[in-house]
Design a protein around this ligand. Structure first.
Ligand code: KG4
Ligand code: ZN
Length: 359
């Protein structure tokens, strides 16, 4: 069995997987979402403190399996350095105490492996990775080599949901909040422009769309009729930024319209750039991974896209789309079979995926 630790952002998670048949023996995740929600996003110092408190507890709850372990795996890249570090320290301590080898796992490779949790998948494969930290179109060759075909030049897809939700005064994480509110809104109420429209650049950009959400909020705030009970002054210089909460005076219907219009264009941008990739790659299989792959509108649009290219669409099981140690354990088992151990495990908060191998 391999014990894997994941702590690259705001989840402290441990999983144990059998190396022989990839079956899951143990899994626990402590999410910090509630604590960060008060601040509308992940606060690194708080994340570090919570990981330091949670990891020893979560690891000790797997104690009954310690004697069957053959290696300790841990996410060592990329991620928040203050979050990666407690996981790495815990993994090193455990490996030393139990006299076991260490396996390092790239978090993004872990997300790709979430596709393999229900069984093997034939390569080559196209992959869309949409999370809070990354938005990438990847090609995986027949022998498992990963190429980054396109990535975001500014915000990620998930981050644009988080920041738009914050401007609308919704909770964190913003993805599910926007998705739920959008169901009640008119997705054509705002004619937000499609990023990179008409260009042939295989990349993403969400910061302009985020700014359009900000301006829509500002316009509503400025056009509202001040009431006697209003807490907000009519001072036009009070411009909402992504770090400020939008006043409650914007009606919930107006918020829903902004959320729906934003979600429609954000998903359309994903599909619009994917069409470019699909026209040059002849993928027979296409996988979608990362926390934001839970988005239902995106899933529907991806189904249509893949159907039109006669390409099989694959998703990770919903509960393993967001960060978890199970995908890290799955990646680690393959490394264990390849005897790919790490003598000197180092942290790389800003590493890339280029030229890594998944098998
Ligand atoms: O993969 P993940 O758990 O963490 C990272 O590695 O970043 O992804 C979290 C991101 C957050 O930005 C969250 O808002 C987004 O995924 N997300 C969604 C949805 N559910 C989660 N974005 C859009 N729609 C959703 N339903
Ligand atoms: Zn992730």
């Amino acid at each position: 069995m391999i014990l894997a630790i994941e702590s690259s952002c705001d989840d402290s998670s441990v999983a144990i997987m059998k190396a022989s048949d990839f079956s899951l023996v143990h899994y626990e995740k402590i999410s910090q979402e509630e604590e960060h929600a008060k601040y509308g996003g992940v606060v690194p110092e708080l994340a570090a403190r919570l990981h330091t408190a949670a990891l020893p507890e979560v690891i000790l709850r797997a104690k009954e399996h310690f004697s069957a372990l053959k290696a300790i795996a841990v996410t060592n890249e990329p991620g928040l350095s203050v979050s990666l570090l407690p996981g790495i320290v815990a993994a090193k301590a455990l490996a030393t105490a139990l006299n076991l080898p260490l396996i390092s796992v790239n978090h993004l490779v872990g997300h790709i492996y979430s596709l393999f949790l229900e069984g093997p998948i034939k390569l080559p494969l196209g992959v869309l990775l949409v999370s809070g930290g990354h938005t990438m179109i990847l090609g995986i060759s027949e022998n498992g080599v990963i190429s980054v075909l396109g990535a975001t030049s500014d915000d990620s897809f998930g981050e644009s949901f988080d920041k738009s939700a914050k401007m609308l005064g919704l909770g964190y994480p913003g993805g599910p909040q926007i998705q739920n509110l959008a169901l009640k809104g008119d997705d054509r109420a705002y004619d937000f422009s499609l990023p990179l429209k008409g260009t042939k650049r295989l990349e993403y950009s969400f910061s302009g769309l985020k700014n359009q959400v900000r301006l829509a909020c500002l316009e509503l705030e400025n056009s509202r009729i001040p009431s006697k009970n209003s807490r907000i002054s009519s001072d036009k210089s009070r411009i909402p930024s992504e770090n400020s909460r939008i006043p409650s005076e914007i009606t919930s219907q107006q918020k829903a319209n902004i959320a729906a219009s934003f979600e429609r264009v954000a998903c359309l941008h994903i599909i619009d750039r994917l069409k470019l990739a699909f026209s040059s790659q002849k993928w027979l299989r296409f996988g979608v991974v990362g926390g934001a792959s839970a988005n239902l509108r995106l899933r529907g649009m991806l189904e249509n896209l893949c159907a039109s290219y006669d390409c099989e669409l694959l998703f990770a099981p919903l509960e393993y789309c967001s960060d978890n140690a199970v995908m890290i354990a799955r990646a680690a088992v393959t490394k264990y079979h390849n005897k790919d151990f790490c003598q000197n495990l180092e942290m790389h908060p800003r590493s890339s995926l280029e030229n890594l191998k998944i098998i």
